[in-house]
Design a binder for this molecule. Structure first.
Ligand code: SAM
Length: 174
């Protein structure tokens, strides 16, 4: 399975905390290995770390990341960079090729992203050509990339887990 990290750009601590936390939780739940945040926000970092401690897995969350350095180093180490944008090429066009990648940095914005990103990315990928959100585009992208296999992932080291149920909430403390 491709090793995926997410780079979250344009986070404004005063208004994006909830959405950025959900970008991180979506990334973690759907098979990414970590999220780099190109802003400083210890609140987002600790919310996600709390979830990792309780629900398991080894998801990295790091704030105050220089996005340019992150992209540069990612490419230098042989990984590819995919920027999710409604202006990009449609996902089905590259889906198969992207699945063959070993390491991938997926870039999502908040408001307008710096224009340079379009040139730095190896792929600019649209999840439909309609405006929606970084959470939905990331979720659909990861599900297509992993072809649904991420829906049955294990999260080792969890303190709690859910026993799937057709009729109520059943959890188990581990
Ligand atoms: N107007 C902004 C722009 O020019 O990029 C869009 C902001 S949107 C609220 C925030 C992020 O959601 C974008 O940076 C992009 O990563 C993602 N996004 C929104 N719609 C998308 C789509 N159709 N396909 C892929 N990504 C999308």
């Amino acid at each position: 399975m491709t090793e995926v990290f997410v780079l979250r750009l344009g986070h404004r601590p005063e208004r994006d905390q909830r959405v950025t936390t959900h970008v991180g939780l979506t990334a973690r739940a759907l098979g990414a290995r970590g999220m780099y945040l190109a802003s400083r926000d210890s609140g987002v970092v600790s919310s996600i770390q709390d979830v990792v401690t309780r629900w398991g897995g080894d998801f990295l969350i790091q704030d105050e990341v220089s996005w340019k350095r992150c992209i540069r180093e990612w490419k230098k180490s042989g990984g590819i960079v995919v920027h999710l944008t409604m202006y990009g090429e449609r996902l089905p066009l590259h889906e198969e090729t992207l699945r063959e990648t070993e390491r991938m940095l997926v870039v999502v914005g908040a408001e307008k992203v710096p224009g340079e990103i379009y040139g730095l990315a190896d792929y600019n990928i649209a999840v439909t050509g309609q405006p929606h959100s970084e959470i939905s585009s990331l979720a659909v992208f990861l599900d297509r990339l992993f072809a649904g296999r991420e829906l049955d992932s294990d999260f080792p080291g969890a303190k709690i887990r859910i026993i799937p149920s057709s009729s109520g909430k059943i959890t188990e403390e581990l």
